[in-house]
Design a protein around this ligand. Structure first.
Ligand code: GAL
Length: 326
């Protein structure tokens, strides 16, 4: 009997050790880091490039020791949808959040919820008004670009033309402004600073139309089509707050039988690949590089910094670059 018991105990010990060993093996995989990424809407050319870069970056960073699981969700340009997505990520206990606000004016609610849950947040691309005065919480920062700069570059491109943009020779630059979404600081600053550069340099301007196209190609096309039929040859320049809308405007320019560089000028921002090609081909007057790769890199570096407990700079602005045919 005693012998049998000894054998049984020994057997149990062996089984237990084998079990523990198996567990250890399971736990020996890479450390998993979960990152929730909330994009204001997937249907946006620039933010598509941006989110692809974020995914690529964390992919490249994953190795045998640490695996970054990146879940990217579409806010569909709807604040309620985005709030729900953020709350779900917080409830799941993600390690970090990257948030591209649908409605930057409600940023504080996100900051508070994340801070309470102890989750670091990197806000990207869409800033609240009074951006520099905005106080972020601990383990929170903003990564973007100074939209004033991009507007100034658009104005500079037009000013640098031999006629300073006055194609029809009536002594002023008659322009159409196709805006991004009006509540967005990028749209406001680009609209203001493109024109400011011209007027600061003594160029007279005449606003024929200013209308919002919500960063959207189809809306850009429609606004430009109406403007071209209402103002015809009066229009010297069509400024678009982004390349997506400029692509739409270009379709209408062609449909109206006008020729960029010859009888109308067309400006955008973002430097999408197809627009850079158009600039080089002369079918777009100029654009401004909104550096998706640079911003995505800074954003991911900030996440990694927070997770490592490092100090991360609170306001990070990646420079814009002027793009013209050289
Ligand atoms: C801007 C960009 C636009 C659009 C917008 C969304 O920075 O130039 O194309 O993506 O952000 O807020």
């Amino acid at each position: 009997m005693k012998k049998l018991l000894t054998v049984l105990v020994a057997l149990l010990m062996v089984l237990c050790l084998a079990g523990c060993g198996a567990k250890e093996e399971e736990a020996a995989g890479p450390k998993e880091v979960n990152i929730g990424v909330c994009i204001y809407q997937f249907n946006d050319n620039f933010m598509t490039l941006y989110r692809e870069e974020i995914a690529k970056y964390f992919d490249a960073l994953s190795n045998d020791e640490v695996k970054y699981n990146v879940e990217i969700v579409d806010g569909k340009n709807d604040a309620a949808t985005q709030t729900e997505q953020i709350n779900t990520f917080i409830a799941k206990g993600v390690d970090a959040l990257i948030v591209n606000m649908v409605q930057p004016s409600t940023i504080e609610a996100v900051e508070d919820a994340a801070e309470e849950a102890g989750i670091p947040v990197v806000f990207i691309n869409r800033e609240p008004a009074e951006a520099e005065a905005h106080q972020y919480g601990a383990n929170q920062c903003y990564v973007g670009a100074k939209a004033q700069e991009s507007g100034t570059y658009q104005g500079m491109i037009v000013y640098d033309l031999p006629n300073h943009g006055d194609l029809n020779g009536n002594g002023k630059v008659d322009y159409v402004m196709i805006m991004g979404d009006v509540n967005n600081t990028d749209a406001q600053y680009r609209t203001e600073y493109s024109i400011k550069y011209l007027t600061d340099n003594g160029v007279e301007v005449n606003k024929l139309l200013e209308q919002t196209g919500n960063w959207d190609q189809a809306q850009g096309q429609e606004i430009a089509a109406n403007a071209l039929s209402n103002f015809g040859a009066e229009i010297d320049v069509i400024f678009c707050n982004n390349d997506g809308m400029a692509l739409g405007a270009y379709q209408s320019i062609v449909a109206a039988g006008r020729e960029v560089g010859k009888d109308i000028y067309l400006l955008g921002v973002d430097a999408l690949d197809e627009c850079v090609e158009m600039v080089n081909a002369g079918t777009m007057t100029g654009t401004v590089l909104n550096d998706a790769v640079g911003q995505a890199t800074a954003c991911c570096d900030a996440v990694v910094g927070f997770l490592a407990g490092e100090d991360v700079e609170t306001y990070q602005y990646v420079p814009y670059v002027m793009v013209t045919k050289d």
